[in-house]
Ligand binder design. Structure first.
Ligand code: 5GP
Length: 209
C-alpha cells in the first residue's frame, strides 16, 4: 500500500516542456503503454526513478530504476533530490528533481510512471502536469492478468489486487487525473494513449518532435 510523502518543495521549474504522469495498478499494462508513448514522440524521455526495492532479473539498473539502499534514499531526501517520493508495497520510490527540471527546460516531454500518491504530489508542485490513469476493464480481469504474469505467489497477488482496488478508488476521487484509459485490448489502448498525448501537445502549441 502507499504511504504519503509531501513534495520536497512546491517550486518545480517547468519551462517549455510537458510533464506527463502515467499511473495504474500493477498488471494493467501501463509499462507497455508508457514505453510506446515514449517511442512515439521524438522529444519524449522516461524518468528513471530511484528505489529501495531489490532488483529482479527483469530489471535493468539505470534503465528501469536506480536501485539504492535505504541510507542513500534518506540522504537524497535530506538533499532535496526528489521531486516527489512515496512508499509503495513497503519500499520507497523517488523521482529525480534536477534531471526532470533540466529535461523540461529543454522543452521535452518528460514521462513519469509513478503511483497515485506521487501523481498527487507532482500535481501540487506543478499544476500543468498532464496525468493519465490506466484502468483494467474490470476487477476480475485485473486479477486474471496478475495471475497470468506468473511472477508472484497467490498471497502477493492478493495483496497487489487489494492495493490496486484502493489505488483505483483514490485515483477516481482525487481530482488529479486528466484522463482515464480503459485497457481492454492493449494495441487499441496504446493508440488511444498516443492520440491523447499528441492532442495535449497540440493543445499547448508544442511540437511532437
Ligand atoms: P514496481 O516495483 O512494480 O516497478 O513499481 C511499483 C509501483 O511504484 C508502481 O505503481 C510504479 O508506478 C510506482 N513507482 C515507480 N517509480 C515511482 C516513483 O518515482 N514515485 C512514485 N510515487 N511511485 C513510483
Amino acid at each position: 500500500m502507499t504511504t504519503p510523502a509531501a513534495p520536497d518543495d512546491a517550486s518545480l521549474k517547468t519551462a517549455n516542456g510537458l510533464l506527463l504522469v502515467i499511473s495504474g495498478p500493477s498488471g494493467v499494462g501501463k509499462t507497455t503503454i508508457t514505453h510506446a508513448v515514449e517511442r512515439s514522440f521524438a522529444s519524449a524521455v522516461f524518468s528513471v526513478s530511484y528505489t529501495t526495492r531489490p532488483i529482479t532479473p527483469q530489471d535493468r539498473e539505470g534503465v528501469d530504476y536506480f536501485f539504492i539502499s535505504e541510507a542513500s534514499f534518506d540522504e537524497k531526501i535530506a538533499g532535496g533530490a526528489f521531486l516527489e517520493h512515496a512508499g509503495v508495497f513497503g519500499k520507497r520510490y523517488g523521482t529525480p528533481r534536477t534531471w526532470v527540471e533540466e529535461q523540461l527546460s529543454d522543452g521535452r516531454l518528460v514521462i513519469l510512471e509513478i503511483d497515485v500518491q506521487g501523481a498527487i504530489n507532482v500535481k501540487k508542485a506543478m499544476a500543468e502536469a498532464f496525468c493519465l490513469f490506466v484502468l483494467p476493464p474490470s476487477e476480475e480481469e485485473l486479477l486474471r492478468r496478475l495471475r497470468a504474469r506468473g511472477r508472484e505467489d497467490e498471497t502477493t497477488i492478493q495483496r497487489r489486487f487489494g492495493a490496486a482496488q484502493h489505488e483505483i478508488a483514490v485515483a477516481k476521487s482525487c481530482g488529479v487525473y486528466d484522463r482515464f484509459l480503459v485497457n481492454s485490448i492493449l494495441p487499441g489502448t496504446v493508440k488511444e494513449a498516443i492520440d491523447v498525448v499528441g492532442g495535449e501537445l497540440a493543445r499547448r502549441g508544442m511540437p511532437r518532435g
